[in-house]
Design a protein around this ligand. Structure first.
Ligand code: AMP
Length: 631
């Protein structure tokens, strides 16, 4: 039996012993007295009775050994700034932020919404939050007022932390007007807003509500805010993610399970060590940013790089320059970023000393073979695909490099990770497909391992109904991904089973985009599908029926309406959700019972056979889409 197979089997055959061993990787104020309470499935509770603090594990516990070592390296090629915070300095900044939160009335269990660009203060805010037992909800800075408003309404924060703006490709992007608009739209009105002024965009303040970090920081320069010891099951954060319905779900994470899962993953998956530097190129608005820009590396006593900017600015060598400069040992990125770099001169990969780098991990979307091959040849390092979701918080499938350096198979994110009982289920019968090479829905038998979602924020019913299915004798969690497993236990992910699309690693619900477009006064009906794209993996494509088609025979008018629809999506959800094209049709393909045939539209857009269309009402609808795509 291979070392990994043995490790994996142990995690499943005696999970209590396995996870109590992993729990030793973190600092507890009170030791847990039960490893897993699964008496009320699917609501499993990990490390029950234990008390700890995430911020303590990320910062304070490292102070005796490494207070002067780098902890947070904030690099912005947008503002040409680079600042290194040691563990001691990070400790001070986080306490100043925590004291400011308290001064603004935040108490344990309150929510703080963080809508921020990739600046050090965003990390201070997240860490300060968990330090005082408040619950953060980070909203990706690329989301616009509508998305932000729905999250403010659901999370009901007492405080919002934001900034005047961010910057992308050298252009300032103002955040404050979007925030003010979201606050206007939301029925919940947070009492206070704390703002970081970067001098990038105007920052009009609302009297009595808006406060400047600069001022509060000065008042709390010497603040000492001890960590609040919270129950292991105390929520550390919520993070919203898209699903089939229009309303995003607040994925709720605990404290103890998450802390242990991350600490264990730093060793067993990433083979990362204290004192080294970790570089994840994601954004704090996504789960990778939570787990592997902020918490994972710091819990492991590593320095972490937070990068604001594009991978090709000032040139395509910038990331490798950072690897050389900070002696990065583990790097984490997404396939889209590598496809962007692939369009640059491959010489950039050879221009820097990358001897410190042990492996590059990629996740968030399917890693195509040519991209994997290109970066593998260019770097001469192991390229490790890993598959997971906002819901799980850490990898479900990968190669556990810290346990055994097993070979990767390009196109596969690897094998089931320890703790996860990964199954493939028949989508009709729910039965397990045990034979190799059968296509099924990727599912995880409960209980989920530590670190995965506890529930949907304030909606236990939605958690149960959305994710869990009873199959004979067990409860299983559905990932909503299709997959197959080969005879060696390597999985291959074949796309989503629901209406979620993945644009450049960003998870978007087509329903959310449809709802936004349908708000245009001249749109009667719309269908949004994900279509394969060479660079972004997928792009959104919209097909809309207009209310008043008079005048749309004219190309200029069609383009004008298309532009208006795109602007609407930009304003409502953000440019990340903007469809690549909005095409106008006289009818949408539907079944005779009125169900939209999205899969058929998608197949036609990708030049594939749309399959069985016997239930289709009017074939001319699909023909029009076929003609438009050929044009
Ligand atoms: P998110 O919750 O935003 O991280 O998106 C999770 C979804 O992204 C998964 O359910 C998959 O559809 C997709 N995904 C993530 N990682 C991979 C991967 N390594 N290979 C293929 N698909 C992936």
């Amino acid at each position: 039996m291979s070392r990994y197979t043995d490790f994996y089997q142990r995690s499943l055959s005696d999970p209590d012993a396995f996870w109590s061993e992993q729990a030793k990787l973190v600092d507890w104020n009170t030791q847990p007295d039960q490893i897993c309470d699964n008496s009320n499935p699917p609501f499993s509770r990990w490390f029950v009775g234990g008390k700890l603090n995430l911020c303590h594990n990320a910062i304070d516990r490292h102070l005796p050994a490494r207070s002067d070592q780098p902890a947070l390296i904030a690099v912005s090629t947008e503002t040409d700034t680079e600042q290194v915070y040691s563990f001691a300095q990070l400790h001070r900044e986080v306490q100043r932020m925590a004291a400011s939160f308290r001064a603004l009335g935040v108490k344990k269990g309150d929510r703080i919404l963080i809508y921020m660009p990739m600046v050090a203060e965003a990390a201070f805010a997240m860490l300060a939050c968990v330090r005082i037992g408040a619950i953060h909800s980070v909203v990706f800075g690329g989301f616009a007022a509508g998305s932000l408003a729905s999250r403010i309404e659901d999370a009901a924060p007492v405080l919002v932390v934001s900034a005047d703006g961010g910057s992308r490709g050298g252009k300032a992007v103002a955040y404050k007007p979007l925030l003010d608009e979201a606050m206007r739209l939301s029925r919940h009105k947070p009492e206070a807003v704390l703002l970081i002024d970067r001098g990038l965009a105007p920052l009009p303040l609302v009297a009595g509500r808006d406060h400047l970090w600069r001022d509060l920081r000065k008042e709390h320069l010497d603040a000492q805010v001890p960590c609040e010891w919270v129950d292991s099951t105390h929520p550390s954060y919520t993070l919203y993610t898209s699903g089939t319905t229009g309303k995003p779900k607040g994925v709720q994470r605990d404290t103890g399970g998450y802390c242990v899962a991350l600490a264990a993953s730093m060793q067993h998956i990433f083979d990362a060590h204290p004192g080294e530097t970790y570089f994840a190129t994601s954004d704090i608005g996504w789960v990778v940013g939570h787990s592997y820009i902020i918490y994972g590396p710091l819990i492991a006593g590593m320095a972490t790089i937070m990068y604001e900017g594009l991978p090709i600015r000032p040139d395509g060598g910038i990331w490798w320059q950072l690897v050389e400069k900070y002696k990065v040992t583990v790097m984490f990125s997404a396939p889209t970023a590598i496809r962007v770099l692939k369009k640059q001169d491959a010489a950039y990969l050879k221009a820097y000393d990358l001897s410190s780098l042990r492996a590059l991990f990629l996740a968030g979307e399917p890693l195509d073979e040519p991209t994997a091959q290109w970066i593998s040849d260019g770097l001469g390092k192991p390229i490790i695909d890993n598959y997971w979701q906002t819901e799980t918080g850490w990898p479900i499938l990968t190669i556990c490099n810290g346990v055994e350096k097993a070979p990767s198979k390009f196109g596969s994110p690897g094998k089931a990770v320890y703790g996860y009982k990964v199954k493939l289920l028949d989508d009709q019968t729910g039965e397990e497909l045990a034979e190799p090479n059968q296509k099924g829905v990727v599912a995880i038998e409960g209980p989920l391992p530590p670190g995965c979602m506890q529930t949907v924020w304030r909606d236990d019913e939605r958690f149960v109904n959305t994710y869990w299915k009873s199959v004979p004798g067990k409860l299983v969690y559905s990932t909503f991904d299709w997959g197959v497993r080969d005879a060696d236990g390597y999985f291959y992910i074949l796309g989503r089973t629901d209406d979620v699309i993945n644009v450049a690693g960003h998870r978007l619900g087509t329903r959310e985009i449809e709802e936004s477009i349908a708000a245009h006064p001249n749109i009667a009906e719309v269908a949004v599908v994900g279509v394969a794209d060479q660079l972004k993996g997928q792009v959104a494509m919209a097909f809309a029926v207009v209310k008043d088609s008079a005048g749309l025979t004219d190309e200029a008018k069609r383009l004008k309406l298309e532009g208006e629809v795109m602007q609407l999506v930009d304003r409502d959800l953000g440019a990340v959700a903007r469809p690549a094209r909005v095409r106008f049709v006289h009818l949408l393909p539907k079944t005779r019972s009125g169900k939209l045939l999205r899969r058929a539209i998608q197949a036609v857009c990708e030049g594939r056979d749309p399959g069985d269309l016997t239930t289709m009402d009017d074939p001319s609808a699909l023909q029009q889409i076929r003609d438009l795509m050929k044009a």
